[in-house]
Design a protein around this ligand. Structure first.
Ligand SMILES: [Zn+2]
Length: 124
């Protein structure tokens, strides 16, 4: 189990991630709005480049939305006092591991085991 101080530290790490992602999501939105405003008077070359930038931006945005959901889930687990519990074996995940990766739901052993399975599946 984490101490109340450690729980606070993990919470701070999650909040910092949330703030950072929030800023990104905001600039992605601004980008979309700029794109609409600047549409008139572009040649087709610009359009193609712009299209490419836009889809990259969207992919990035999707990943951020995914990460945002992971952080919210981690916040919920933290509120319920389950942040330090591995979802596979229910063993403690550990403070150091949580600080390095606050959204993780697996202890080191389970994560390693899962990665091995995934690697074997790829090798086939
Ligand atoms: Zn585990």
């Amino acid at each position: 189990m984490l101490t109340p101080e450690q729980t606070q530290e993990v919470k701070k790490a999650l909040e910092a991630d949330l703030t950072r992602l929030g800023d990104h999501a905001h600039s992605a939105l601004e980008f979309t709005m700029d794109r609409d405003r600047d549409r008139i008077g572009r040649d087709s070359m610009d359009e193609a480049t712009e299209e490419e930038t836009y889809s990259t931006q969207l992919r990035l945005h999707d990943r951020e939305t995914f990460l945002l959901a992971k952080i919210r889930e981690a916040m919920e687990r933290l509120e319920k006092g389950q942040i330090d519990e591995c979802e596979e074996c229910a063993e403690p995940i550990g403070y150091k591991r949580l600080m390095a990766r606050p959204v993780t739901t697996l202890c080191f052993e389970c994560k390693t085991a899962r990665e091995q399975v995934e690697a074997e599946e790829r090798a086939e």
